[in-house]
Design a protein around this ligand. Structure first.
Ligand SMILES: Cc1cc2nc3c(=O)[nH]c(=O)nc-3n(C[C@H](O)[C@H](O)[C@H](O)COP(=O)(O)OP(=O)(O)OC[C@H]3O[C@@H](n4cnc5c(N)ncnc54)[C@H](O)[C@@H]3O)c2cc1C
Length: 607
């Protein structure tokens, strides 16, 4: 056991963590801790693209991008943060290009762009080509480039260090983290002035997911256990085109290149639901439409999937623009997409909710309302008002990437906006940390007493049991339960069942048995610990979803099919206390003034 000291500790080496590390390293000593080798982070699996209104292929403007993001979020995204992201996007892409990201090119050598779901020209008129891409390996090339940039800047990497706890001292300041060294089985304390949580998503809470095995929501659970709320957890994105039964993603870029969805009758059914943008409607909309087709008996062979048809694309287009998904289809399904349609169904893909932050990635633990309301309301002229509130921050704590909720994605994220979120807000976090150190000094805060106690007790408890169920069994039951009760459609009944089931699953998860009792590379032990994180995340999703009696974005309540702005134009904050009790609080959405941003006022969402 050892105590390591760094000014800044970044937890997670995906796009968000590396971007934060890179910028923090300009004025601080930075360590990155990652349970995986950095290049195995899920960012490397991102396929389709990263968007910015560069206008390389046709006219485009950041304000159109911001409008699409506000509307895509079903008006739950914070509009100040959305404006920051969309305005900063073109600069960010050029910077990535200069760092060495090998983007695909137009014939005259500019960064190529393709259409993606929900991205439109002129406030919803028609799809626009806004997604920059490197074939269908966009995340892979970005991750490699950022890793090189961090190595060049002497960022210190601790690979295969799994963080188990966040340390907050009695003064309420962040003091560091506790990590388990997978190679040796030792527990270490890392002291730091600033900590960034950039641990990615929690897709593994569900049975069918596009996410990697490592996406177990650790950062969400670590924050929750440190007394920090989770924001908007009811909003879970199901991507419409996962390979049937496997959940492996077929990028939306396939539809951007001209692919279409078809039902049993061969009909291009999205034309009926979204006449303007058709197969390029946002993900929440298309996932619901697929289930609607299936319910009405138009799934393929009457089963629970539809077809993604690329057979009309040219072979050259598939080979140069979608090589990875062509290979995946052949390997996993034995299907050549240039000849046969691909069977697809929705797959759990992305966490809109997460650790609440401001646009500089600073984490807050509470909201103080300066006016009596926790949600937005309309004035006499019908304009939406944002009641004033103040944030109570956790000094020294930052979050970025999928684990964070800034919130730019609101109730539904648009494709290619996540990679953008990582680089824009990852960079802002890095810069904010340097400013914090310059302003407040570099003294390392005092550690709480016996910092490793909780981590040690949790692991010892798991190792000491010789009887109990296997991790795999309890995890499979959890994933199936979430799939059955808390996926694309929800009702009071399914959510109540889920609430009862999760209490029982928690009991079982706290009593699992593992076979490996050794110290080195004890991945069984880490999986048992991750199961506890999955349970915490699932519980936050269930409670937040049960309370929200409306349908908005990815949260679709069959018993409350309409969006209800009068009651629910507000963000959820889920708290869990050490005695196991939970609490929901709310805060208003930041809506910009109607005079300046008339297009951003909430209205019915049609495509
Ligand atoms: C298949 C797929 C395709 C996608 N395609 C696109 C796309 O084309 N465009 C787009 O915009 N978005 C896309 N997304 C979404 C996007 O890729 C992710 O939201 C984003 O990459 C998440 O990045 P991140 O940096 O937050 O986390 P990740 O890249 O997931 O990295 C998380 C890091 O945290 C570390 N970590 C986790 N837990 C711990 C712990 N306890 N201790 C220490 N380290 C830990 C991991 O080792 C890892 O380094 C896609 C997602 C998937 C799954």
């Amino acid at each position: 056991m050892a105590i390591f000291e760094h000014e800044v500790v970044v937890v997670g080496a995906g796009g968000a963590g590396l971007m934060a590390a890179r910028y923090a390293s300009e004025g601080a000593d930075v360590a990155v801790l990652s349970k995986l080798h950095p290049l195995r982070s899920h960012t490397g699996a991102a396929q389709g693209g990263i968007c910015a209104a560069l206008g390389n292929e046709e006219e485009d403007h950041w304000i159109w991008h911001a409008f699409d993001t506000v509307k895509g979020s079903d008006y739950l995204g914070d509009q100040d943060a959305i404006v920051i992201m969309c305005q900063d996007a073109p600069r960010t892409i050029i910077e990535l290009e200069h760092d060495g990201v090998p983007f695909s090119r137009t014939p005259d050598g500019k960064i190529a762009q393709r259409p993606f779901g929900g991205h439109t020209r002129n406030f919803g008129e028609a799809p626009v080509r806004r997604a920059c891409y490197a074939a269908d390996r966009t995340g892979h090339v970005i991750l490699h480039t950022l890793y090189e940039q961090c190595l060049k800047r002497k960022v210190r990497f601790y690979n295969e260090f799994q963080v188990l706890d966040l340390l907050i001292n009695p003064d309420g300041e962040v003091a560091g983290v506790v990590a388990y060294e997978i190679r040796t089985g030792e527990i270490h304390t890392f002291r730091a002035r600033a900590v960034v949580l950039a641990t990615g998503g929690y897709g593994r809470v569900y049975k069918t997911t596009s996410n990697a095995h490592a996406n177990t929501g650790d950062g969400f659970a670590i924050a929750l256990r440190a007394g920090i709320p989770l924001e908007d957890m009811e909003f879970v994105q199901f991507h419409p085109t996962g390979m049937y039964r496997l959940g492996i993603l077929i990028t939306e870029g396939a539809r951007g290149e001209g692919g279409v969805l078809r039902n049993r009758l061969g009909e291009r059914f999205m034309e009926r639901y979204a006449p303007t943008v058709k197969d390029l409607a946002p993900r929440d909309v298309i996932s619901r439409c697929i289930y609607q087709e299936i319910r009405e008996g138009r799934g393929i062979d009457g089963k629970d999937y539809v077809y993604l048809d690329l057979t009309h694309l040219s072979l050259k287009q598939i080979e140069t623009k979608l090589p990875e998904i062509a290979t995946f289809s052949k390997i996993y399904l034995g299907i050549d997409p240039s000849r046969e349609p691909i069977p697809v169904a929705p797959t759990c893909h992305y966490a809109m909710g997460g650790i609440p932050t401001d646009p500089d990635g600073r984490v807050y633990r509470a909201v103080r309302l300066l006016e009596g309301r926790d949600g937005n309301y309309q004035d006499e002229q019908g304009r939406w008002v944002t009641p004033r509130f103040e944030l109570e921050y956790v000094p020294g704590l930052y979050a970025a990437g999928e684990v964070a909720c800034v919130s730019v994605h609101g109730a539904n994220r648009l494709g290619t906006n996540s990679l953008l979120d990582l680089v824009v807000f990852g960079r802002r976090v890095g810069k904010a940390i340097v400013q914090q150190l310059e302003r407040e000094g570099r003294r390392l805060p005092a550690l709480p007493d016996d910092p490793e106690r909780r981590a040690r007790q949790t692991l010892e408890a798991i190792l000491s049991r010789s009887e109990g169920e296997s991790v795999a069994q309890v995890r499979a039951d959890l994933q199936q339960m979430m799939m059955d009760n808390v996926s694309v459609f929800r009702t009071a009944e399914t959510l109540q069942q889920a609430r009862q089931a999760i209490a029982e699953i928690r009991n079982r998860a706290e009593r699992v048995r593992i076979d490996d009792h050794g110290r080195q590379f004890n991945t069984d032990l880490m999986e048992a610990w991750e199961l506890l994180s999955l349970v915490d995340v699932a519980e936050s999703i269930i409670h937040s979803a049960e309370a929200r009696t409306e349908s908005r974005g990815a949260h679709s309540r069959e018993d409350y099919p309409k969006r209800d702005d009068a009651r629910w134009l507000k963000h959820t904050l889920f708290y869990r206390y050490p005695d196991g009790s939970v609490e929901l609080r709310y805060r208003p959405v930041t809506i910009l003034p109607a005079e300046q941003y008339p297009f951003f006022q909430p209205k019915e969402r049609k495509y």
